[in-house]
Ligand binder design. Structure first.
Ligand code: SF4
Length: 442
C-alpha cells in the first residue's frame, strides 16, 4: 500500500465511536475554516513522537513550523529544521535535506531520525523517499518519513499518522528474549513523562510489566519488539485507536481504552485491564489493591471535601482533559458550572455529555461565553489550558492551568489527592486577591 493510500485509509477509522453502528463508514475529520486554531497534523505527529529517546526530529520546513514544539522543550530528543527559503521552493531543498541528515548523524549520533513533511515541503514535489533510502543505507540507522503535512487535518489526525507509521516501519523487527505473561504496552498521547511514569508505577504494583510505553520515553529497540505484548492499553489516547486496531489485525493483540483520572475511573481502568487476562490470581490481587487504595484515599479526602464544598468550577480544556477532570471535581463536591468542548474531538465531546449527566452547561462554539457564565454562575475557579486564562483574569477569579507541559500528574488514587490539594492551594492563593485589588489611584 502506498503511503498516500494508507493516509487515505486513516480518514475512515473504524474504531471511532461515530463508525460503531454504521455500515457505511463516515470520514473522521473534515477540514473547515478555523481547524488550525487547535493545531495542525504536523503538530500532532511531532507531539506524539517527541518523547522518543535518543531520536532526532528533522522538520523539512521554513523556520516557522518548529514553533509548535516550543512547549515541549524537555523532550528527550533533539529538534532540527532545514529552514527552507524561497530558493528551495523554486529549485527544491533535496540537497539541504540530505546534508541536514548527515549533519545530525555526525553531531548527535541518534538511534533514529524522524523526517517531517510540512505544508510547504509536501507541495513542491521533491523525491524525499529516494533521499531517505540512500541515507538510511549509508548511515545504517532507521530514518522514518512522517507524512503529516499541516493541511491534512488537526492534531489528532497527525498523531494517528505518527502511530501507524511507527508500527509500519519499526514494529515486528525484533523478538524479545524474555516475554512474560503480564507484558502490556502503555500507549499515551499528549501526556507528560511524569504522568506516563505514574501509570507505569501503578500498574507495576499490581504485577504487570510494561513492555513498551509509547509517549513515555520509548526507544527504537523497545518499539521493534512492541508486537509481543499481551495487551495494548490506550490511556486517554483516542488518536492512537488506529495504531491499536492495526496491531490487533497484524498480531492479534487485544486493546482497551482507559482513563486513570479520578477514583472510580482508576478502579474501572484496573478492572478492564485485568479482565482481559481472565486470571483468578491477578483478579484477586487487583481487587485487594483497589479496596486498599480506595479506603485510604477516602480517608485522606475527607478534609478536602469540606473545604471544597459549594465551590464552583468552569472547565475550558482541550481534548481528553475536557472530560478527565469531571469525575474528580464531582468526587470533591465541586459543582461544575460549564464545560467547553470547542477544542474537542467528537469522542471527547460525547464523553463530556456522558459524565456531566445533565449537570452544568456545555459551551460548544466559542470562548466568548465564558465571562458571562463566570458572572452568572458565581464561578470560583477556571481550569484552563496553558496560557488560556483570559476569561478568569477578566472576571477576576482564580485559575489553574492544566497541561502536560506543566509536568503535573493527577493520575490514579494519589493523583486525586494531589489535585484536591492543588485546587485548595489555588483557591486560597493570596496572589489572586492581591492582583485583582483595585490600584490605589482607581
Ligand atoms: S505544517 Fe503547515 S499548518 Fe503546520 S505549522 Fe507548518 S505551515 Fe503551519
Amino acid at each position: 500500500m502506498s503511503r498516500y493510500q494508507s493516509i487515505k485509509e486513516l480518514f475512515n477509522e473504524s474504531s471511532c465511536s461515530h463508525n460503531a453502528d454504521t455500515e457505511k463508514k463516515v470520514t473522521c475529520e473534515r477540514l473547515s475554516p478555523g481547524t488550525m486554531i487547535g493545531g495542525c497534523s504536523f503538530e500532532g505527529a511531532i507531539q506524539a513522537l517527541l518523547p522518543f529517546k535518543n531520536a532526532a526530529h528533522l522538520i523539512h520546513s521554513p523556520s516557522t513550523c518548529p514553533q509548535v514544539t516550543y512547549l515541549f522543550q524537555d523532550a528527550p530528543s533533539s529538534i532540527f529544521t532545514t529552514q527552507m527559503d524561497a530558493h528551495d521552493l523554486i529549485f527544491g531543498g533535496e540537497d539541504k535535506l540530505s546534508s541536514s541528515i548527515t549533519y545530525i548523524y555526525t553531531h548527535i549520533h541518534p538511534d533514529v531520525i524522524f523526517i517531517y513533511l510540512t505544508c510547504v515541503s509536501s507541495l513542491i514535489g521533491e523525491d524525499i523517499e529516494r533521499i531517505i533510502n540512500t541515507q538510511q543505507e549509508t548511515l545504517g540507522i532507521p530514518i522514518i518519513l512522517i507524512n503529516a503535512a499541516g493541511f491534512m487535518g488537526g492534531v489528532p489526525f497527525g498523531a494517528r499518522i505518527a502511530g501507524v507509521t511507527l508500527m509500519q516501519q519499526l514494529m515486528g523487527q525484533k523478538e524479545p528474549f524474555d516475554a512474560l505473561a503480564y507484558d502490556i504496552n502503555l500507549i499515551g498521547f499528549n501526556a507528560s513523562l511524569n504522568e506516563m511514569n505514574a501509570y507505569k508505577t501503578l500498574l507495576e504494583s499490581i504485577g504487570f510489566r510494561i513492555h513498551w510505553m509509547f509517549g513515555g520515553g520509548e526507544d527504537v529497540e523497545q518499539t521493534q519488539k512492541a508486537h509481543c505484548a499481551k495487551l495494548n492499553v490506550l490511556i486517554g489516547a483516542k488518536p492512537m485507536g488506529s495504531l491499536a486496531r492495526k496491531m490487533k489485525e497484524a498480531w492479534d493483540i487485544p486493546w482497551v481504552e482507559v482513563s486513570f483520572y479520578g477514583r472510580h475511573a482508576t478502579s474501572d481502568a484496573i478492572r478492564s485491564i485485568v479482565e482481559t487476562f481472565a486470571d483468578g490470581k491477578l483478579t484477586r490481587i487487583s481487587e485487594q489493591f483497589i479496596a486498599r487504595e480506595e479506603k485510604s484515599l477516602n480517608q485522606a479526602l475527607e478534609s478536602c471535601r469540606t473545604v471544597l464544598k459549594d465551590k464552583v468550577a468552569l472547565l475550558d480544556l482541550k481534548g481528553k482533559y475536557s472530560w478527565q477532570f469531571i469525575p474528580m471535581l464531582k468526587e470533591l463536591n465541586v459543582r461544575i458550572a460549564a464545560t467547553a468542548i470547542y477544542q474537542c474531538t467528537q469522542d471527547d465531546s460525547e464523553k463530556v455529555f456522558e459524565l456531566l449527566k445533565g449537570q452544568g452547561m456545555v459551551i460548544r462554539d466559542s470562548y466568548e461565553e465564558l465571562e458571562e457564565i463566570i458572572d452568572e454562575e458565581a464561578v470560583d475557579i477556571l481550569l484552563c489550558d496553558v496560557h488560556h486564562y483570559h476569561a478568569a483574569a477578566a472576571s477576576k477569579i482564580a485559575f489553574m492551568e492544566v497541561s502536560p507541559v506543566l509536568q503535573t500528574s493527577f493520575i490514579g488514587y494519589a493523583g486525586v489527592l494531589s489535585f484536591a490539594h492543588e485546587l485548595i492551594q489555588t483557591l486560597e492563593d493570596p496572589f489572586f486577591t492581591t492582583v485583582f485589588q483595585k490600584a490605589p489611584w482607581e
